[in-house]
Design a protein around this ligand. Sequence first.
Ligand code: PGA
Length: 245
Amino acid sequence: MKKITIAANWKMYLDEVSSIDFIDKLNAEKELFINKDIILFPSHACIRSVKDHLNIDLKIGMQDCDIHNKGAYTGSTSIGSIDIHSCIVGHSERRIIYKENNDVIAGKLGTVLSSKVDPILCIGETLQEKNDNLTESIIDSQISILPKDLNGRKLTIAYEPVWAIGSGDVPSNEYIHQMLSYIKNRLKSLYSDTDLNNIKLFYGGSVDANNLQDLISVELIDGFLIGSASANFEKFKDIVKQIKL
Ligand code: PGA
């Protein structure tokens, strides 16, 4: 059975006190979390505290980063500012609220890859795009920024239909399977078998403990990018309990 990854995107839900409180609760029940493939994405300002408080070896990532590594970029965060395992790039909240276009996202992806951090590139259509039958062309355009070869680096593509994020409106397993197959076929036309072995496919959008079991049965899913349900310890625990070692 494949090992499912749980990527917990805490967005801006938890401040430092609540992030530490979450980690204290996790430490107290650490047997449940040991040996599971979990990546926590605290907000930038809380990464240090989360790392310092964790008593088990979980991966930590950044929710976003700057294109630049260093310099006069007030308010921004460099990928190199702290040691992390992974970085989310192109989340729909960055694309829509912060107006990040494909050029910006391509730049960030390049920065993450060249910093030897594993990127999670988020892609997915809005409801309007879906209704206008533009889903595949949107996916094509979001994928068009991928590098020509991965040179042995790992890459995760998280398919997150924008209309499913935070809405409770989870697509059917058939729809997710169809979209992941489409993405996989596009990747097959771009990459060698060696690179393909280093690429994982995640699903994200309103995943919680109630729908997880059903979603796991979608064969092409290697993991989940989870927002609100991952920022509540009890809900997160109920999710992790369902993941096999
Ligand atoms: P959600 O968010 O689980 O709250 O829908 C997912 C995401 O934005 O990655």
